[in-house]
Design a binder for this molecule. Structure first.
Ligand SMILES: Nc1ncnc2c1ncn2[C@@H]1O[C@H](COP(=O)(O)OP(=O)(O)OP(=O)(O)O)[C@@H](O)[C@H]1O
Ligand SMILES: [Mg+2]
Length: 272
């Protein structure tokens, strides 16, 4: 039976990702403390929170790269027990293979899928144009800027067309103009593909421009502190009064702006 969860979730699809009382500890340090979360199919969720509060760890658990200390993570109703190319993670630190060119890095997943030489050439050429790297297919990662490496990493993940995209600050090292362009591209991909996206970002405006819901995490041990639904229709006006108001609310909860309404704001170490 399909469970419709529109009332709780930002998207209107069935449940795609279910996190139940997730705990993640490293030795004595509890990084994630009983997080429960549901993400609808086709939902765009953004996660913001102080540095070190467990955002990347949460994405690693969702990607099956870290086994949770306690609790459960299910995607499409199945327990996540290991990495799966349907649920791809773009790492905070890009993780390109240094011995492969940009073209070869982006082609990697397609080679594993044993696609034909021509199919790979077409798809990689398309993706490199999409992320603005069409002039650099033969470059090695050490010959690229940080932003170019991030764009190559994004193209590599998009190549295998995963239905869950886990993005860990994918635009963190980009200049402002490229960042806005890639946000627009990501939005277009999201709207045209029905993918479920979880984006970790320190950029509150980016979160509000893109997401159906913004999750605000607490300082470590990471818990969900607040969930802010963003109901404005897309494409959103970056300068709208509504988004500006939501930004003040989010920053207020993060401790970066004066207290809004009756929300009590403890000190945090959040950095942008
Ligand atoms: N494999 C590991 N072994 C030990 N400790 C770890 C490991 N991975 C993460 N941690 C610790 O977990 C905490 C959370 O790290 P994480 O990378 O999830 O934070 P984050 O919220 O992504 O921070 P940032 O915003 O700076 O990227 C940190 O204290 C980190 O040292
Ligand atoms: Mg991180």
């Amino acid at each position: 039976m399909e469970i419709r969860v529109k009332s709780q979730l930002g998207g209107d699809g069935p449940e795609k990702i279910v996190v139940e009382k997730l705990v993640q500890s490293f030795d004595a340090l509890t990084v994630i403390d009983r997080i429960s979360l549901k993400v609808a199919e086709g939902e765009f969720l953004a996660i913001v929170g102080p540095s070190g509060c467990g955002k990347s760890t949460l994405l690693r658990v969702l990607a099956g790269l870290v086994k949770p200390t306690a609790g459960r993570v299910r995607i499409d109703g199945k327990d996540v027990n290991g990495p799966n190319r349907r649920h791809s993670l773009v790492f905070q630190e890009h993780a390109l293979f240094p011995w492969r060119t940009v073209f070869q890095n982006v082609a990697l997943g397609l080679e594993i899928e044993r696609q034909s030489h021509e199919q790979i050439r077409q798809r990689v050429t398309e993706l490199l144009a999409l992320v603005g790297l069409d002039q650099f297919p033969g470059y090695y990662p050490h010959q690229l800027s940080g932003g170019m490496r991030q764009r190559a990493a994004l193209a590599r993940v998009l190549a295998v067309d995963p239905d869950v995209l886990l993005l860990d600050e994918p635009f963190g090292a980009l200049d402002a103009m490229t960042r806005l362009t890639l946000q627009d591209e990501l939005l277009r991909i999201f709207l045209n593909s029905g993918k479920t996206v979880i984006l970790v970002t320190h950029d509150v405006e980016e979160a509000l421009f893109l997401a159906d819901r913004v999750i605000i995490m607490s300082t470590v041990p990471g818990r969900i502190r607040e969930v802010i639904p963003v109901t404005e229709k897309r494409p959103r006006d970056r300068g709208s009064a509504n988004l500006a108001g939501l930004k003040r609310t989010v920053l207020g909860i993060l401790g970066l702006e004066p207290v809004i309404g009756n929300v009590r704001v403890p000190e945090t170490n959040f950095s942008i």
